[in-house]
Design a protein around this ligand. Sequence first.
Ligand SMILES: Cc1cc2nc3c(=O)[nH]c(=O)nc-3n(C[C@H](O)[C@H](O)[C@H](O)COP(=O)(O)OP(=O)(O)OC[C@H]3O[C@@H](n4cnc5c(N)ncnc54)[C@H](O)[C@@H]3O)c2cc1C
Length: 473
Amino acid sequence: MQSTHHVVPSLFWFRQDLRLADNPGLLEAQRAGPLMAIYIFEEEDPGALSMGSASRWWLHQSLEKFNAALDGKLNIYSGNAEKIITGLLEAQPIEAVYWNRCYEPWRVKNDAVLKKHLHTLGVTCKSYNASLLWEPWEAVKSDQTPYRVFTPFYRQASLQKPRSPLPRLSGACFLKDPNNKTTLADLKLIPQIPWYRGFETAWEAGERGAQKKLQHFLEHELTGYKEGRNFPGKKNVSHLSPHLHFGEISPQQVWHAVHQQEHVPLEDRAHFLSELGWREFSYSLLYHFPELPWKNFQPKFDHFPWKDNNVLLRAWEQGQTGYPIVDAGMRELWQTGTMHNRVRMIVASFLVKNLLIHWHHGAAWFWDTLLDADAANNSASWQWVAGCGADAAPYFRIFNPILQGEKFDPEGDYTRRFVPELTAIPKKFLFRPWEAPREVLAQANVTLGTTYPHPIVELASSRDKALEAYHQL
Ligand SMILES: Cc1cc2nc3c(=O)[nH]c(=O)nc-3n(C[C@H](O)[C@H](O)[C@H](O)COP(=O)(O)OP(=O)(O)OC[C@H]3O[C@@H](n4cnc5c(N)ncnc54)[C@H](O)[C@@H]3O)c2cc1C
C-alpha cells in the first residue's frame, strides 16, 4: 500500500546556540520531522557591531566542531539572513522555520522583520529562549519598567528558578541543501595576522570543550570561588564566558550543575550564580537600552572632556604603560584571548580615569581581541567601570594599579608570567619598579626606558585631573 503521508522538512537556524544538549528550539523543530540545519554568517548591518577578530577565530573552531557533531550536515551560508532564508523557502518545500532568540538590538529588529515576512508567506515561525536564565521582559519592576540596579534585579529574577536543562537531541534526521556550495573556509574567519597561535593550546571551542571546562571547574575550582575569583594568579574561575557567548553551553546547564554541588560551601555557589546574574543584568540593560554599546547610560557623561591620544592608547593596547599589573592584563589578553575579571577592571579604570581616554576605545579593543566579546557584557562592564553605566562604580573610585597589584597578585606570579622582563625584580618593587634603587634594577636586569617602559602617566596628578573633570560635569 502506498503512503500518502509525506514529511516536509523544517528549517533550524543556528546562531548563538551551537549545541545539541539543552537546545529548546532545536528539540521542538525535531518534533516536526526532518531538519535542515543552517548557519548564516551575517553581512554587516549598519546598526550592528561587526564580529571582532578573536570572535571570528572562535566561531571558525566552533562551527568546525559543530558541523562534525552533525555528521557534516550543517549548511553554512554567508550574507543577508532574510534573503538567504527566503531563497531557501523558494527552492525547497519548507513549511516552518525555528530559531533561538538573540538579544542584540540589531538582531531583535531584524528577527521581527523576518518573522513578519515569514507569516505573510504562510510559513510557521517559532522562536525560543536558549541563552538566558530570565528573558529581559520577565525580570522587570512591578510597573513593567526595567531595573537599573543589579541587586533588586537579581532578587526579583531569582524568585523564578531557572528551568531544568533539556535532554540532548538524538535521532534527528538532518538534510543537506543540495544547492549550497558555501563552505566554512569560504567565510574566511581565520584572521590574517596569526597572533591567535596561543589560543589553540589554551582553548577547546565547542560543546565538548565547554562541558570539560564546567566539569573541571566544579571538581577543582568552585570551592573557594568567592574569595579566589579576585586573584588573577589563582585558578578559581570557570573560563566559561566564550562558551556561554557562542551558546556551546547554556546558562541553565551551568546554573543547575553549580546549584547541585551541595558539598561546596553555599557562599561559593551563591557568588558564582550571582555572576551569572550579572550576565543576565547586562542582557536586560542591552535589551531595554539598545544604545548601550554606543551611548552613555547616564547622559551627564556626554559632556566629559575625554582626551584623544593615540600614543597613550597604543601603549595601553600593547601592554607598555609602565604599570606592571596593567601591562600584564593587556598582554594576557593579546596572548590568550582573555583577561581575568579583576584585571579587566584595573586596565579599564586606568584607560578611562588615568589616561582620560573614552571608554569607547577600550571597549573597541576588547571587542576585537577578546574571545568572549559580548555586546551586552562588554558594553555594560565598560560603562560600569567608566562610571557612566547602570549601578556603576562611582567615577571618583579610581583603581590604583600599584595597590591593586600588591593586593590581588601578592606574590606577583601573574604579573611576572606576562611581564617576564620583570621576573627578577623583588616583590617589594614589582608594581612600582621606578622606585627601586639603581642597584636593585641592575641586579634584576631591568633598565627603565629600555627593557621596560617608564610610567606613561603619573598616577597622583592624572587622578586629580580626572576628579576635576568629573566635578565639572
Ligand atoms: C571592562 C570589562 C569588559 C568585559 N567584557 C566582557 C565581555 O565582552 N564578555 C564577557 O562575557 N564578559 C565580559 N566582562 C565580564 C567578566 O570579566 C567576564 O565575564 C569573566 O572574566 C569571564 O571569565 P569566567 O568565565 O572565568 O568568569 P567566572 O567568574 O567563572 O563567571 C562565570 C560567568 O559569569 C558571567 N560573568 C562573570 N563576571 C561577570 C561580570 N562582571 N559581568 C557580566 N557577566 C559576568 C560570565 O558569563 C562568566 O563566564 C567584562 C568585564 C570588564 C570589567
